[in-house]
Ligand binder design. Structure first.
Ligand SMILES: Nc1ncnc2c1ncn2[C@@H]1O[C@H](COP(=O)(O)OP(=O)(O)O)[C@@H](O)[C@H]1O
Ligand SMILES: [Mg+2]
Length: 250
């Protein structure tokens, strides 16, 4: 479903991705982990064609997306649901309006049909009775659920999560992880979550890919990563700082 080959991306002289390669099969759920600033969000943007690579290839469902026109990209992006880090909801709109926003704008469905889709999506994320609330009235976990419902309403084939649990307390984070698992199982969606949280990665990713120094440093299930004797992997999964790493000396 998603095939990445030799992906390079720099910003000015700062080389972020230096030959990233991996593939994710249809229906699988993967987690991409790595330290803050290692390029996880950049990688997601490359996957949906929001930014273009310097070198390398992104193939979605067999189609190379790198050289597509903006118009062709729109068709590919229709396959994707994206759940952004900060939920990115419109404060002035209700939950239902937020979820149905793009569908209403497209005007291909009747208001009644949109309303039914919104209710189905709210049902899936277990948020009953919130359709007329404003985002400000919701907790952080509930806002994440609305963000997910907004992605689900387009019936995506692939769903991408950017830091789905960052900023949530561990119990709420666990409930979001369970929801992500439920969604990928019940709707048979291919899912990719990027996160710096190893706990979330272990729960939502059948396959975990660790991005480090611009490449996929190791991949496998959570057990493989936890048992790894590689010092970089060992420190990351156990949350241990590297005494040689200057960024931690403050
Ligand atoms: N549009 C951009 N212009 C310049 N630098 C960028 C841009 N987007 C990301 N970067 C840099 O790329 C690196 C990786 O960023 P990002 O993918 O956001 O990291 P994270 O793994 O925390 O999501 C960072 O050093 C960031 O400053
Ligand atoms: Mg990020």
């Amino acid at each position: 479903m998603i095939v990445i080959e030799g992906l390079h991306k720099s910003f000015d002289s700062h080389s972020v991705l230096k030959g990233v390669e991996f593939h994710i099969d249809r229906g699988d759920s993967a987690a991409i982990i790595g330290r803050s600033g290692c390029g996880k969000s950049v990688l997601l943007k490359l996957i949906i064609g929001l930014i273009r690579p310097d070198r390398g290839e992104v193939r979605i469902g067999g189609k190379i997306i790198n050289d597509l026109s903006e118009r062709e990209l729109m068709t590919i992006r229709r396959k994707f649901g994206m759940v952004f880090q900060g939920a990115a909801l419109f404060d002035s709109l209700t939950v239902a309006e937020n979820i149905g926003f793009v569908l209403s704008r497209e005007k291909t469905l009747t208001p009644g049909a949109i309303s039914r889709k919104v209710d189905q999506a709210l049902e899936m994320v277990e948020l009953h009775g919130t359709r007329d609330k404003k985002p400000a009235e919701l907790s952080g976990g509930m806002r994440k659920r609305v963000g997910l419902a907004r992605a689900l309403v387009y019936e995506p084939e692939i769903i991408l999560y950017d830091e789905p649990t960052t900023g949530l307390d561990p119990v709420v984070a666990d409930s979001i992880d369970k929801l992500i698992q439920k969604v990928s199982r019940q709707l048979e969606i291919t899912s990719v979550a990027v996160t710096h949280d190893m706990r979330t990665a272990g729960r939502v990713g059948q396959k975990i890919l660790m991005l480090h120094n611009g490449i996929i440093y190791i991949q496998g299930d959570a057990d493989k990563l936890f048992k790894s004797t590689d010092p970089v992997v060992h420190r990351f999964v156990n949350g241990i700082s590297d005494p040689k790493d200057a960024t931690f000396k403050n």
